[in-house]
Design a protein around this ligand. Sequence first.
Ligand code: BES
Ligand code: MN
Ligand code: ZN
Length: 518
Amino acid sequence: MFPATTSQSILGTDAPLPALDADFLIVPWFEGEGPEAVRGLDQATGGQIGRAIASMEFAAHPFDQFITPIVDRNWKAARVALVGAGVIAAFGPDLARKLATLGALAARQRRVESLAFAIRPGLPDAAGDIDLAGFAQAVAEGLTLGEFNAGSYKTAADPVPGPAPRYTIALPDVPDTSPESPARIESSIVRGRVLGECSNLARELSNEPGNRLTPREFADRGAAIASQGGAAVEILDERQIEALNMGLLLGVARGSSEPPRVMVFRYEPPGLSSGPVLGLVGKGITFDTGGISIKPADGMERMKDDMAGGAAVACAMRAIATLGAPIRVVGIVPAAENMPGSRAIKPGDILRSAEGKTVEVINTDAEGRLVLGDGLWYARKLGATHLIDVATLTGAIVVALGKTTSGLFGTPDAWVQHVWRIADRAGDRSWPMPVFDEYKEQLKSDIADFTNTGGRPAGAITAAMFLKEFTGGLPWAHMDIAGTAWLEEARPYMPKGPSGVAVRTLAGLAFSADSWPK
Ligand code: BES
Ligand code: MN
Ligand code: ZN
Protein backbone atom coordinates (compact mmCIF):
# COMPACT_ATOMS: atom_id res chain seq x y z
CA MET A 1 0.00 0.00 0.00
CA PHE A 2 1.08 3.55 -0.57
CA PRO A 3 1.84 5.76 2.41
CA ALA A 4 -0.57 8.65 2.84
CA THR A 5 2.06 11.30 2.43
CA THR A 6 4.95 10.03 0.44
CA SER A 7 7.64 12.49 1.24
CA GLN A 8 9.42 15.54 2.46
CA SER A 9 8.54 18.92 1.07
CA ILE A 10 10.60 21.01 -1.32
CA LEU A 11 12.12 24.19 0.01
CA GLY A 12 11.82 27.38 -2.00
CA THR A 13 14.33 30.14 -1.35
CA ASP A 14 15.42 33.44 -2.83
CA ALA A 15 18.86 33.17 -1.25
CA PRO A 16 21.74 33.99 -3.63
CA LEU A 17 23.42 31.02 -5.30
CA PRO A 18 26.64 31.09 -3.20
CA ALA A 19 24.51 30.66 -0.06
CA LEU A 20 22.84 27.44 -1.26
CA ASP A 21 24.05 24.58 0.86
CA ALA A 22 23.68 21.52 -1.38
CA ASP A 23 25.76 18.64 -2.64
CA PHE A 24 24.61 19.35 -6.14
CA LEU A 25 23.72 22.75 -7.58
CA ILE A 26 21.83 22.41 -10.86
CA VAL A 27 21.98 25.42 -13.15
CA PRO A 28 20.28 25.62 -16.57
CA TRP A 29 22.62 27.04 -19.20
CA PHE A 30 21.72 28.50 -22.58
CA GLU A 31 23.44 28.05 -25.91
CA GLY A 32 25.88 30.81 -26.67
CA GLU A 33 26.25 31.99 -23.08
CA GLY A 34 29.72 32.86 -21.90
CA PRO A 35 31.17 31.79 -18.56
CA GLU A 36 30.06 35.08 -16.98
CA ALA A 37 26.33 34.35 -17.49
CA VAL A 38 25.96 33.47 -13.81
CA ARG A 39 27.99 35.88 -11.73
CA GLY A 40 30.88 34.33 -9.85
CA LEU A 41 30.08 30.73 -10.78
CA ASP A 42 32.96 30.21 -13.22
CA GLN A 43 35.49 31.52 -10.69
CA ALA A 44 33.93 29.32 -8.03
CA THR A 45 34.74 26.29 -10.20
CA GLY A 46 38.30 27.45 -10.72
CA GLY A 47 37.54 28.37 -14.34
CA GLN A 48 36.24 24.92 -15.31
CA ILE A 49 33.06 26.32 -16.83
CA GLY A 50 34.96 28.74 -19.06
CA ARG A 51 37.28 25.94 -20.12
CA ALA A 52 34.40 23.55 -20.92
CA ILE A 53 32.60 26.19 -22.96
CA ALA A 54 35.73 27.24 -24.85
CA SER A 55 36.65 23.65 -25.71
CA MET A 56 33.03 22.93 -26.63
CA GLU A 57 32.96 20.07 -24.15
CA PHE A 58 29.73 21.71 -23.02
CA ALA A 59 27.59 23.41 -25.68
CA ALA A 60 24.37 23.76 -23.66
CA HIS A 61 22.27 21.83 -26.16
CA PRO A 62 19.13 20.57 -24.43
CA PHE A 63 20.02 17.85 -21.89
CA ASP A 64 23.82 18.26 -22.18
CA GLN A 65 25.41 17.99 -18.76
CA PHE A 66 28.62 19.31 -17.27
CA ILE A 67 29.43 18.51 -13.65
CA THR A 68 32.38 20.02 -11.81
CA PRO A 69 33.39 20.68 -8.18
CA ILE A 70 32.97 24.10 -6.62
CA VAL A 71 36.32 24.99 -5.14
CA ASP A 72 35.60 28.47 -3.79
CA ARG A 73 34.98 28.21 -0.03
CA ASN A 74 32.63 31.21 -0.22
CA TRP A 75 30.16 29.03 -2.10
CA LYS A 76 28.43 26.44 0.02
CA ALA A 77 27.47 23.94 -2.72
CA ALA A 78 29.90 21.08 -3.32
CA ARG A 79 29.37 20.56 -7.05
CA VAL A 80 27.64 22.35 -9.85
CA ALA A 81 25.77 20.56 -12.63
CA LEU A 82 25.18 22.73 -15.67
CA VAL A 83 22.27 21.37 -17.67
CA GLY A 84 21.89 22.41 -21.30
CA ALA A 85 18.76 24.48 -21.85
CA GLY A 86 19.14 25.16 -25.58
CA VAL A 87 18.24 28.53 -27.09
CA ILE A 88 16.84 30.95 -24.58
CA ALA A 89 13.93 32.04 -26.82
CA ALA A 90 12.50 28.53 -26.74
CA PHE A 91 12.82 28.06 -22.99
CA GLY A 92 9.78 27.71 -20.78
CA PRO A 93 8.35 25.74 -17.85
CA ASP A 94 8.07 22.58 -19.96
CA LEU A 95 11.82 22.37 -20.60
CA ALA A 96 12.50 23.49 -17.01
CA ARG A 97 10.46 20.48 -15.82
CA LYS A 98 12.53 18.12 -17.97
CA LEU A 99 15.82 19.67 -16.85
CA ALA A 100 14.77 19.28 -13.24
CA THR A 101 14.11 15.57 -13.81
CA LEU A 102 17.42 15.22 -15.65
CA GLY A 103 19.24 16.92 -12.76
CA ALA A 104 17.44 14.88 -10.14
CA LEU A 105 18.27 11.61 -11.94
CA ALA A 106 21.92 12.65 -12.24
CA ALA A 107 22.00 13.52 -8.55
CA ARG A 108 20.51 10.19 -7.54
CA GLN A 109 22.98 8.27 -9.70
CA ARG A 110 25.71 10.02 -7.75
CA ARG A 111 23.88 9.34 -4.50
CA VAL A 112 23.98 12.94 -3.38
CA GLU A 113 21.94 13.83 -0.30
CA SER A 114 20.83 17.29 -1.27
CA LEU A 115 20.32 19.23 -4.45
CA ALA A 116 19.37 22.76 -5.36
CA PHE A 117 17.87 23.74 -8.69
CA ALA A 118 18.43 27.35 -9.72
CA ILE A 119 15.68 29.15 -11.57
CA ARG A 120 17.84 31.92 -12.97
CA PRO A 121 16.68 35.54 -12.76
CA GLY A 122 15.00 37.15 -15.74
CA LEU A 123 13.95 34.00 -17.56
CA PRO A 124 11.08 34.69 -19.91
CA ASP A 125 8.88 31.84 -21.06
CA ALA A 126 8.26 31.38 -24.78
CA ALA A 127 5.49 34.01 -24.68
CA GLY A 128 7.89 36.54 -23.19
CA ASP A 129 6.27 36.57 -19.77
CA ILE A 130 8.12 35.83 -16.61
CA ASP A 131 5.95 33.27 -14.88
CA LEU A 132 7.97 32.45 -11.79
CA ALA A 133 5.14 30.54 -10.17
CA GLY A 134 4.76 28.46 -13.33
CA PHE A 135 8.49 27.74 -13.40
CA ALA A 136 8.52 26.86 -9.70
CA GLN A 137 5.64 24.42 -10.11
CA ALA A 138 7.19 22.80 -13.18
CA VAL A 139 10.56 22.40 -11.48
CA ALA A 140 8.93 20.87 -8.39
CA GLU A 141 7.09 18.45 -10.68
CA GLY A 142 10.27 17.60 -12.55
CA LEU A 143 12.35 16.97 -9.43
CA THR A 144 9.63 14.72 -8.08
CA LEU A 145 9.29 12.79 -11.34
CA GLY A 146 12.95 11.88 -10.85
CA GLU A 147 11.96 9.81 -7.81
CA PHE A 148 10.11 7.14 -9.77
CA ASN A 149 11.60 3.66 -9.48
CA ALA A 150 10.75 0.92 -11.96
CA GLY A 151 11.70 -2.72 -11.54
CA SER A 152 10.36 -3.12 -8.04
CA TYR A 153 10.13 -6.94 -8.30
CA LYS A 154 13.86 -7.46 -8.53
CA THR A 155 15.06 -9.74 -5.71
CA ALA A 156 18.77 -9.01 -6.08
CA ALA A 157 20.35 -5.65 -5.52
CA ASP A 158 20.72 -3.79 -8.78
CA PRO A 159 22.75 -0.66 -9.34
CA VAL A 160 19.58 1.37 -8.90
CA PRO A 161 19.78 5.12 -8.35
CA GLY A 162 20.11 6.29 -4.78
CA PRO A 163 17.30 7.52 -2.58
CA ALA A 164 15.61 10.85 -3.20
CA PRO A 165 17.79 13.75 -2.09
CA ARG A 166 16.56 16.80 -0.19
CA TYR A 167 15.52 19.50 -2.63
CA THR A 168 15.76 23.25 -2.74
CA ILE A 169 14.44 25.43 -5.54
CA ALA A 170 16.34 28.68 -5.76
CA LEU A 171 14.34 31.57 -7.14
CA PRO A 172 15.36 35.09 -8.05
CA ASP A 173 14.74 37.65 -5.34
CA VAL A 174 11.20 39.02 -5.73
CA PRO A 175 9.66 41.88 -3.76
CA ASP A 176 6.76 40.97 -1.44
CA THR A 177 4.55 43.34 -3.42
CA SER A 178 5.01 41.62 -6.79
CA PRO A 179 2.29 39.28 -8.05
CA GLU A 180 5.03 36.65 -7.90
CA SER A 181 4.77 36.86 -4.15
CA PRO A 182 6.69 34.35 -2.03
CA ALA A 183 3.36 32.93 -0.81
CA ARG A 184 2.16 32.27 -4.33
CA ILE A 185 5.43 30.65 -5.25
CA GLU A 186 5.33 28.57 -2.09
CA SER A 187 1.93 27.14 -3.04
CA SER A 188 3.13 26.54 -6.61
CA ILE A 189 5.96 24.42 -5.26
CA VAL A 190 3.53 22.42 -3.10
CA ARG A 191 1.24 21.96 -6.09
CA GLY A 192 4.14 20.78 -8.24
CA ARG A 193 5.26 18.38 -5.55
CA VAL A 194 1.81 16.82 -5.22
CA LEU A 195 1.30 16.61 -8.99
CA GLY A 196 4.69 14.96 -9.39
CA GLU A 197 3.91 12.45 -6.66
CA CYS A 198 0.53 11.64 -8.17
CA SER A 199 2.15 11.15 -11.58
CA ASN A 200 4.57 8.70 -9.97
CA LEU A 201 1.73 6.79 -8.30
CA ALA A 202 0.08 6.40 -11.72
CA ARG A 203 3.39 5.16 -13.12
CA GLU A 204 3.65 2.57 -10.34
CA LEU A 205 0.15 1.29 -11.08
CA SER A 206 0.84 1.10 -14.83
CA ASN A 207 4.02 -0.81 -14.16
CA GLU A 208 2.23 -3.55 -12.21
CA PRO A 209 1.89 -6.86 -14.02
CA GLY A 210 -1.54 -8.18 -14.95
CA ASN A 211 -1.36 -11.12 -12.56
CA ARG A 212 -0.95 -8.73 -9.63
CA LEU A 213 -3.14 -5.91 -10.77
CA THR A 214 -6.45 -7.62 -11.47
CA PRO A 215 -9.54 -5.41 -11.73
CA ARG A 216 -10.26 -6.04 -8.03
CA GLU A 217 -6.74 -5.18 -6.95
CA PHE A 218 -6.68 -2.15 -9.24
CA ALA A 219 -9.92 -0.92 -7.70
CA ASP A 220 -8.60 -1.41 -4.15
CA ARG A 221 -5.38 0.42 -4.87
CA GLY A 222 -7.03 3.17 -6.88
CA ALA A 223 -9.49 3.67 -4.06
CA ALA A 224 -6.71 3.86 -1.46
CA ILE A 225 -4.74 6.35 -3.52
CA ALA A 226 -7.67 8.71 -4.06
CA SER A 227 -9.20 8.42 -0.60
CA GLN A 228 -5.88 9.18 1.09
CA GLY A 229 -6.04 12.51 -0.75
CA GLY A 230 -9.55 13.08 0.59
CA ALA A 231 -11.75 12.07 -2.36
CA ALA A 232 -14.88 10.01 -1.68
CA VAL A 233 -14.61 6.56 -3.25
CA GLU A 234 -17.03 3.78 -4.01
CA ILE A 235 -16.19 0.51 -5.76
CA LEU A 236 -18.99 -1.10 -7.74
CA ASP A 237 -18.80 -4.91 -7.85
CA GLU A 238 -20.19 -7.18 -10.57
CA ARG A 239 -23.66 -7.28 -9.02
CA GLN A 240 -23.92 -3.50 -8.83
CA ILE A 241 -22.58 -3.26 -12.38
CA GLU A 242 -25.29 -5.69 -13.47
CA ALA A 243 -27.95 -3.69 -11.66
CA LEU A 244 -26.85 -0.64 -13.67
CA ASN A 245 -27.15 -2.67 -16.90
CA MET A 246 -23.62 -1.87 -17.99
CA GLY A 247 -23.77 -4.45 -20.76
CA LEU A 248 -20.68 -3.19 -22.57
CA LEU A 249 -18.43 -3.50 -19.53
CA LEU A 250 -19.98 -6.84 -18.56
CA GLY A 251 -19.51 -8.07 -22.13
CA VAL A 252 -15.77 -7.32 -22.07
CA ALA A 253 -15.38 -8.90 -18.63
CA ARG A 254 -17.14 -12.16 -19.60
CA GLY A 255 -14.03 -13.82 -21.02
CA SER A 256 -12.17 -13.63 -17.71
CA SER A 257 -12.68 -15.37 -14.40
CA GLU A 258 -11.70 -12.05 -12.78
CA PRO A 259 -14.85 -10.00 -12.18
CA PRO A 260 -15.04 -6.37 -13.34
CA ARG A 261 -15.09 -3.35 -11.06
CA VAL A 262 -16.00 0.30 -11.45
CA MET A 263 -14.15 2.88 -9.38
CA VAL A 264 -16.34 5.87 -8.60
CA PHE A 265 -14.60 8.96 -7.22
CA ARG A 266 -16.30 12.10 -6.00
CA TYR A 267 -14.77 15.36 -4.89
CA GLU A 268 -16.74 18.35 -3.66
CA PRO A 269 -15.16 21.54 -2.34
CA PRO A 270 -16.48 22.29 1.15
CA GLY A 271 -19.85 24.02 0.94
CA LEU A 272 -20.12 23.95 -2.87
CA SER A 273 -23.04 22.02 -4.29
CA SER A 274 -23.70 23.86 -7.54
CA GLY A 275 -21.80 24.91 -10.65
CA PRO A 276 -20.03 22.79 -13.26
CA VAL A 277 -18.99 19.21 -12.58
CA LEU A 278 -15.89 17.86 -14.25
CA GLY A 279 -16.28 14.20 -15.27
CA LEU A 280 -13.05 12.19 -15.63
CA VAL A 281 -13.31 8.75 -17.24
CA GLY A 282 -10.34 6.37 -17.62
CA LYS A 283 -9.91 3.07 -19.42
CA GLY A 284 -9.09 0.40 -16.86
CA ILE A 285 -8.27 -2.77 -18.80
CA THR A 286 -5.81 -4.49 -16.47
CA PHE A 287 -4.67 -6.77 -19.28
CA ASP A 288 -5.70 -6.77 -22.92
CA THR A 289 -5.18 -10.10 -24.72
CA GLY A 290 -7.58 -8.94 -27.40
CA GLY A 291 -10.12 -11.56 -26.30
CA ILE A 292 -11.35 -13.99 -28.99
CA SER A 293 -9.92 -11.59 -31.61
CA ILE A 294 -6.64 -12.39 -29.89
CA LYS A 295 -3.52 -10.28 -30.31
CA PRO A 296 -0.23 -11.63 -31.70
CA ALA A 297 2.18 -12.82 -28.99
CA ASP A 298 4.92 -10.38 -29.98
CA GLY A 299 4.85 -7.45 -27.58
CA MET A 300 1.63 -8.52 -25.88
CA GLU A 301 3.26 -8.06 -22.45
CA ARG A 302 2.93 -4.33 -23.02
CA MET A 303 -0.83 -4.72 -22.62
CA LYS A 304 -0.43 -4.73 -18.83
CA ASP A 305 -0.55 -0.94 -19.02
CA ASP A 306 -3.93 -0.84 -20.75
CA MET A 307 -5.22 0.68 -17.52
CA ALA A 308 -2.94 3.74 -17.70
CA GLY A 309 -5.91 6.02 -18.39
CA GLY A 310 -7.74 4.66 -15.36
CA ALA A 311 -4.64 5.10 -13.22
CA ALA A 312 -4.41 8.70 -14.41
CA VAL A 313 -7.99 9.31 -13.26
CA ALA A 314 -7.47 7.74 -9.81
CA CYS A 315 -4.22 9.62 -9.24
CA ALA A 316 -5.58 12.92 -10.58
CA MET A 317 -8.47 12.55 -8.12
CA ARG A 318 -5.90 12.31 -5.34
CA ALA A 319 -4.21 15.52 -6.51
CA ILE A 320 -7.55 17.30 -6.92
CA ALA A 321 -8.66 16.41 -3.41
CA THR A 322 -5.26 16.97 -1.78
CA LEU A 323 -4.91 20.42 -3.29
CA GLY A 324 -8.56 21.37 -2.93
CA ALA A 325 -9.82 22.16 -6.43
CA PRO A 326 -12.50 24.88 -6.63
CA ILE A 327 -15.11 22.75 -8.48
CA ARG A 328 -16.85 19.42 -8.12
CA VAL A 329 -15.30 16.44 -9.88
CA VAL A 330 -16.47 12.88 -10.50
CA GLY A 331 -14.12 10.17 -11.69
CA ILE A 332 -15.16 6.87 -13.26
CA VAL A 333 -12.84 3.95 -14.01
CA PRO A 334 -14.43 0.87 -15.53
CA ALA A 335 -11.97 -1.96 -14.91
CA ALA A 336 -11.91 -5.40 -16.51
CA GLU A 337 -9.55 -7.98 -17.96
CA ASN A 338 -9.97 -8.70 -21.70
CA MET A 339 -9.55 -12.49 -21.96
CA PRO A 340 -10.62 -15.20 -24.41
CA GLY A 341 -12.26 -17.52 -21.84
CA SER A 342 -15.02 -19.93 -22.81
CA ARG A 343 -17.72 -17.45 -21.91
CA ALA A 344 -16.02 -14.61 -23.78
CA ILE A 345 -17.94 -12.41 -26.22
CA LYS A 346 -17.47 -13.36 -29.86
CA PRO A 347 -17.39 -11.35 -33.07
CA GLY A 348 -20.98 -10.83 -34.14
CA ASP A 349 -22.30 -10.69 -30.58
CA ILE A 350 -24.59 -7.82 -29.71
CA LEU A 351 -24.27 -5.95 -26.43
CA ARG A 352 -26.68 -3.47 -24.87
CA SER A 353 -25.11 -0.47 -23.14
CA ALA A 354 -26.41 0.97 -19.88
CA GLU A 355 -27.71 3.90 -21.90
CA GLY A 356 -29.74 1.44 -24.02
CA LYS A 357 -27.81 1.69 -27.29
CA THR A 358 -26.93 -1.64 -28.93
CA VAL A 359 -23.48 -2.50 -30.27
CA GLU A 360 -22.47 -5.21 -32.72
CA VAL A 361 -19.04 -6.46 -31.65
CA ILE A 362 -16.96 -6.91 -34.79
CA ASN A 363 -13.61 -7.20 -33.03
CA THR A 364 -13.31 -8.13 -29.35
CA ASP A 365 -9.94 -6.33 -29.26
CA ALA A 366 -11.78 -3.01 -29.56
CA GLU A 367 -12.75 -3.40 -25.90
CA GLY A 368 -11.62 -0.04 -24.54
CA ARG A 369 -14.35 1.92 -26.26
CA LEU A 370 -16.90 -0.57 -24.93
CA VAL A 371 -16.02 -0.13 -21.27
CA LEU A 372 -15.65 3.63 -21.76
CA GLY A 373 -19.10 3.85 -23.34
CA ASP A 374 -20.69 2.69 -20.11
CA GLY A 375 -18.22 4.77 -18.10
CA LEU A 376 -19.07 8.00 -19.93
CA TRP A 377 -22.75 7.31 -19.45
CA TYR A 378 -22.24 6.81 -15.73
CA ALA A 379 -20.26 10.05 -15.35
CA ARG A 380 -23.23 11.87 -16.92
CA LYS A 381 -25.63 10.04 -14.64
CA LEU A 382 -23.62 11.29 -11.66
CA GLY A 383 -24.01 14.86 -12.84
CA ALA A 384 -20.93 15.60 -14.93
CA THR A 385 -21.39 18.71 -17.07
CA HIS A 386 -18.01 18.53 -18.83
CA LEU A 387 -16.33 15.27 -19.82
CA ILE A 388 -12.82 14.09 -20.54
CA ASP A 389 -11.74 10.50 -21.03
CA VAL A 390 -8.22 9.13 -21.18
CA ALA A 391 -7.43 5.79 -22.77
CA THR A 392 -4.72 3.64 -24.32
CA LEU A 393 -7.29 3.19 -27.04
CA THR A 394 -5.81 2.52 -30.48
CA GLY A 395 -2.67 1.40 -32.26
CA ALA A 396 -3.82 3.76 -34.99
CA ILE A 397 -2.99 6.85 -32.91
CA VAL A 398 0.59 5.59 -32.67
CA VAL A 399 0.69 5.37 -36.46
CA ALA A 400 -0.73 8.89 -36.72
CA LEU A 401 1.23 10.77 -34.05
CA GLY A 402 4.02 8.47 -32.90
CA LYS A 403 5.14 8.08 -29.31
CA THR A 404 5.67 11.67 -28.26
CA THR A 405 2.17 13.04 -28.71
CA SER A 406 -1.27 12.01 -27.49
CA GLY A 407 -4.27 12.34 -29.79
CA LEU A 408 -6.83 14.86 -28.66
CA PHE A 409 -10.43 14.59 -29.83
CA GLY A 410 -13.74 16.05 -28.79
CA THR A 411 -16.39 18.68 -29.14
CA PRO A 412 -17.07 21.61 -29.06
CA ASP A 413 -13.82 23.14 -30.28
CA ALA A 414 -13.67 25.62 -27.40
CA TRP A 415 -13.58 22.80 -24.83
CA VAL A 416 -10.97 20.85 -26.79
CA GLN A 417 -8.83 23.98 -27.18
CA HIS A 418 -9.02 24.56 -23.45
CA VAL A 419 -7.99 20.97 -22.69
CA TRP A 420 -5.18 21.33 -25.21
CA ARG A 421 -3.85 24.44 -23.49
CA ILE A 422 -3.97 22.81 -20.07
CA ALA A 423 -2.32 19.63 -21.39
CA ASP A 424 0.45 21.68 -22.93
CA ARG A 425 1.14 23.46 -19.67
CA ALA A 426 1.13 20.14 -17.85
CA GLY A 427 3.80 18.76 -20.16
CA ASP A 428 1.38 16.23 -21.70
CA ARG A 429 1.97 17.01 -25.35
CA SER A 430 -1.08 16.38 -27.50
CA TRP A 431 -2.44 17.31 -30.91
CA PRO A 432 -6.04 17.77 -32.06
CA MET A 433 -7.72 15.26 -34.37
CA PRO A 434 -11.06 15.66 -36.18
CA VAL A 435 -14.39 14.08 -35.25
CA PHE A 436 -16.34 14.92 -38.42
CA ASP A 437 -19.78 13.29 -38.64
CA GLU A 438 -18.82 11.57 -41.90
CA TYR A 439 -16.56 9.21 -39.98
CA LYS A 440 -19.61 7.76 -38.25
CA GLU A 441 -20.54 5.98 -41.49
CA GLN A 442 -17.72 3.55 -40.77
CA LEU A 443 -19.52 2.31 -37.67
CA LYS A 444 -22.76 1.37 -39.47
CA SER A 445 -24.18 -2.00 -38.44
CA ASP A 446 -26.83 -4.04 -40.28
CA ILE A 447 -28.26 -5.37 -37.06
CA ALA A 448 -27.44 -3.02 -34.14
CA ASP A 449 -27.19 0.73 -33.57
CA PHE A 450 -23.52 0.64 -34.52
CA THR A 451 -20.45 -1.60 -34.62
CA ASN A 452 -17.43 -1.34 -32.35
CA THR A 453 -14.86 -0.98 -35.14
CA GLY A 454 -14.67 1.06 -38.30
CA GLY A 455 -11.94 -0.78 -40.18
CA ARG A 456 -8.37 0.36 -40.72
CA PRO A 457 -8.82 3.86 -42.17
CA ALA A 458 -8.83 6.55 -39.47
CA GLY A 459 -8.85 3.91 -36.73
CA ALA A 460 -8.19 6.37 -33.90
CA ILE A 461 -10.93 8.68 -35.14
CA THR A 462 -13.61 6.01 -35.49
CA ALA A 463 -12.78 4.90 -31.94
CA ALA A 464 -13.42 8.48 -30.81
CA MET A 465 -16.66 8.57 -32.85
CA PHE A 466 -17.81 5.51 -30.93
CA LEU A 467 -17.14 7.25 -27.60
CA LYS A 468 -18.96 10.36 -28.81
CA GLU A 469 -22.15 8.31 -28.96
CA PHE A 470 -22.04 8.10 -25.16
CA THR A 471 -21.38 11.74 -24.31
CA GLY A 472 -25.00 12.90 -24.51
CA GLY A 473 -23.97 16.08 -26.30
CA LEU A 474 -21.96 17.40 -23.33
CA PRO A 475 -18.63 19.15 -23.86
CA TRP A 476 -16.27 16.23 -24.17
CA ALA A 477 -12.59 15.62 -24.82
CA HIS A 478 -10.85 12.32 -25.42
CA MET A 479 -7.12 11.70 -25.10
CA ASP A 480 -5.75 8.63 -26.84
CA ILE A 481 -2.56 7.84 -24.93
CA ALA A 482 -1.71 4.50 -26.60
CA GLY A 483 1.57 6.00 -27.87
CA THR A 484 2.51 8.05 -24.84
CA ALA A 485 1.67 5.95 -21.77
CA TRP A 486 4.82 3.85 -22.06
CA LEU A 487 8.35 4.73 -23.15
CA GLU A 488 10.04 1.97 -25.12
CA GLU A 489 13.32 3.89 -25.00
CA ALA A 490 14.71 5.97 -22.15
CA ARG A 491 14.90 9.72 -22.74
CA PRO A 492 17.42 11.94 -20.94
CA TYR A 493 14.63 13.16 -18.67
CA MET A 494 12.59 9.97 -18.36
CA PRO A 495 13.55 6.33 -17.89
CA LYS A 496 11.84 3.75 -20.06
CA GLY A 497 8.55 2.43 -18.77
CA PRO A 498 5.33 4.11 -17.70
CA SER A 499 5.17 7.87 -18.21
CA GLY A 500 2.29 8.94 -15.95
CA VAL A 501 0.78 10.82 -18.88
CA ALA A 502 -2.45 12.80 -18.35
CA VAL A 503 -2.43 12.94 -14.52
CA ARG A 504 -1.38 16.59 -14.51
CA THR A 505 -3.71 17.46 -17.38
CA LEU A 506 -6.74 16.03 -15.58
CA ALA A 507 -5.85 17.80 -12.35
CA GLY A 508 -5.06 20.99 -14.25
CA LEU A 509 -8.57 20.98 -15.71
CA ALA A 510 -10.07 20.99 -12.24
CA PHE A 511 -7.92 23.99 -11.28
CA SER A 512 -8.69 26.00 -14.42
CA ALA A 513 -12.46 26.28 -14.02
CA ASP A 514 -12.30 30.09 -14.10
CA SER A 515 -11.01 29.93 -17.67
CA TRP A 516 -13.32 27.17 -18.93
CA PRO A 517 -15.12 28.24 -22.13
CA LYS A 518 -18.64 29.49 -21.47
N1 BES B 1 -5.21 -1.47 -25.93
C1 BES B 1 -5.29 -1.50 -27.34
C2 BES B 1 -4.63 -0.30 -28.01
C3 BES B 1 -3.13 -0.19 -27.88
C4 BES B 1 -2.33 -0.59 -28.93
C5 BES B 1 -2.55 0.39 -26.79
C6 BES B 1 -0.95 -0.44 -28.83
C7 BES B 1 -1.18 0.52 -26.67
C8 BES B 1 -0.38 0.11 -27.71
C9 BES B 1 -6.75 -1.50 -27.78
O1 BES B 1 -7.64 -2.15 -26.93
C10 BES B 1 -6.83 -2.23 -29.08
O2 BES B 1 -6.56 -3.40 -29.10
N2 BES B 1 -7.20 -1.53 -30.15
C11 BES B 1 -7.32 -2.12 -31.44
C12 BES B 1 -8.59 -1.64 -32.07
C13 BES B 1 -8.92 -2.37 -33.35
C14 BES B 1 -9.27 -3.80 -33.05
C15 BES B 1 -10.08 -1.67 -34.00
C16 BES B 1 -6.10 -1.67 -32.24
O3 BES B 1 -5.67 -0.52 -32.11
O4 BES B 1 -5.56 -2.49 -32.98
MN1 MN C 1 -7.77 -4.22 -27.33
ZN1 ZN D 1 -7.08 -2.26 -24.99
